[in-house]
Design a protein around this ligand. Structure first.
Ligand code: DUC
Ligand code: ZN
Ligand code: ZN
Length: 532
């Protein structure tokens, strides 16, 4: 048996703090050593990859991915059928340099769906049914505040399943919790060291604005953005921060897309509150203008850009978001890969097929007939499933748009895409770093000067979605190798891994979340006495 199974030479190894030119030795799926060079004997039976001086980073950890998820919860929920399962979604992740995805398992309001443990078992069976190309875990979405369930099941989720994060909604009739329900769940989450993730949009503002827009006939996809101006996130982030501050609970805002939301997060962080934020590629690469990008007489094609919260109104917001990426306001950068097809009746076309006005004199249809129907209709944005794909383009977009553009350092890239997600969600140092003892999860880029920039076409991607919002965009680099626990699963444009290479990962409590600062614990101002 040789000393190593795999060695990587001429690597510029990037961590969240440093860049070191060295070689990496891998044995039994783990990083064994980082050294200046290897002797011939040490590596004689190992596979040798020459990184040619390119960046070698810890494999991407995408902490916000929807696979096989039940989203079809009606016109007041998210709606639509999630088009990627663990097979297609994880293949797409591997092709984009990601070695771990954390996906969502969701409770519903149906009485028989009360048990969080049953939900997790059902989603786990979905992953096991196909297998996965990359490692995976689950966040649990909680849409009810049953004390008995929370108290009995949260400890089991934490200890037996290694699930240490839950997501709560402030919008969608079928998901949202009232303020007191939010407090109920946050309180139990805190007792169980579960990180609370918040979808911060004010549901009442959205419904009110949607009704008003509809009354004026403003229903085409573009108007989705007008139903969710930045104040919608601004109000909800403020409110959630106040609720969390009241009971001293750490929170992480998912998919923050507005400068206003980012400012609220920053303000909370500045006074020492444990408030964290995730942002996503779409907020740096799309604006309201892109909701008009897919031109057609009726504009329904613009439904391909609909996600919530929507992209910011214009590039000035993006400039402010870039500051947040750089200065630590944003803790992690995730894809929010939420895949819907354009050629499937339960994908984006729900916005036409479920709208009585669009369907006047028309028949429910599929295939070519559906395509022709969509070309004639504007649909109703209220009924369009909220979400866009992006698990494969997440790292390359950040490389092109921020790293190569000189807006962030390679270390910041690693922090946002791998180290911080690992710390935030209890995977560090097993994942998220290149250190002896860590999993050998790696992404190796091309040397910048040897890569020929190209324009993206959806046909190059591996997801089960028939479009990408980034069609035609120029990319200046792409992962050359993706390595999962020492095995090459993606190499120079080809998937090399196999279904079932990926394993379920149990997670511990967050290693990022720290206590609340002393100055914010005055029991006359917040309910710190709850924990005495
Ligand atoms: N929230 C998400 O996290 N993803 C898709 C849609 C949504 O509302
Ligand atoms: Zn959300
Ligand atoms: Zn999402």
């Amino acid at each position: 048996m040789g000393m190593f199974d795999l060695v990587i030479v001429n690597a510029r190894v990037v961590s969240a703090s440093d860049i070191v030119t060295c070689c990496i030795g891998v044995k039994n799926g783990k990083i064994r050593t980082l050294v200046d060079s290897f002797g011939d004997e040490e590596i004689q039976s190992a596979r040798v990859i020459d990184a040619q001086g390119a960046y070698v980073m810890p494999g991407g950890i995408d902490a916000h991915v929807h696979l096989c998820q039940d989203l079809k919860t009606g016109p007041h929920g998210l709606g639509g059928a999630c088009s990627d399962n663990f097979e297609t979604g994880s293949k797409s992740a591997a092709a984009g340099g990601t070695t771990t995805v954390i996906t969502f398992a969701t409770q519903t309001r149906a009485e028989e769906d009360k048990s969080l443990l049953d939900v997790i078992k059902a989603y786990s069976a979905r992953a096991e049914a196909t297998g996965s190309y990359v490692d995976y875990g689950f966040h649990i979405i909680i849409v009810r505040n049953d004390k008995d369930v929370l108290q009995k099941e949260m400890p089991i989720l934490r200890k037996e399943w290694g699930i240490s994060s839950c997501k709560l909604f402030l919008t969608y009739e079928t998901q949202r919790l009232t303020d007191s329900q939010l407090l109920d769940v946050m309180y139990e989450a805190k007792q169980n060291s579960m990180t609370t993730m918040i979808h911060a949009e004010n549901g009442d503002m959205i419904q009110w604005l949607t009704d008003k827009l509809e009354s004026k006939g403003m229903v085409a996809p573009y108007y989705h953005a007008l139903s969710r101006p930045p104040l919608v996130e601004g109000e909800a982030t403020n409110r959630a921060i106040a609720l969390a501050q009241l009971i001293q609970n750490p929170i992480l805002f998912v998919h923050v897309g507005s400068a206003l939301g980012a400012k609220n997060v920053r303000r909370a962080q500045t006074i020492g509150l444990p408030v964290y934020a995730e942002t996503c590629p779409r907020y740096f690469h799309l604006t309201w203008e892109d909701l008009k990008r897919f031109h057609s007489p009726t504009c329904f094609e613009n439904s391909k850009m609909i996600c919530s919260p929507p992209p910011p109104p214009d590039t000035s917001d993006q400039e402010e978001l870039f500051v947040g990426l750089e200065n630590g306001t944003f803790t992690i950068y995730s894809s929010d890969h939420c895949p819907f097809r354009y050629d499937h009746p339960h994908g984006k076309p729900s916005g036409v097929l479920e709208d009585p006005k669009s369907m006047e004199g028309e028949q429910y249809c599929e295939g070519d007939e559906l395509r022709s129907l969509l070309a004639r209709k504007e649909g109703a944005f209220r009924l369009i499933p909220n979400g866009i794909p992006g698990v494969e383009t997440r790292l390359p977009l950040l490389y092109t748009g921020a790293l190569a553009a000189g807006r962030i350092t390679p270390q910041k890239f690693v922090e946002l895409t791998s180290t911080n997600p690992a710390k935030l969600y209890g995977l560090y140092p097993q994942k998220g770093t290149i250190m002896p003892g860590s999993d050998a999860d790696l992404v190796i880029w091309y040397p910048d000067d040897s890569f020929k920039p190209f324009n993206l076409a959806n046909s190059m991607l591996h997801h089960n979605v028939d479009y990408t919002p980034y069609e035609g965009m120029k990319f200046v680099n792409w992962p050359r190798y993706t390595i999962l626990r020492g095995k090459v699963i993606w190499m120079e444009g080809e998937v090399q891994g196999k279904l079932r290479d990926g394993q379920y990962v149990k997670r511990g409590p967050s290693q990022l979340v720290r206590g609340v600062s002393k100055t914010t614990q005055d029991p006359r101002r917040v309910a710190s006495w709850l924990y005495e």
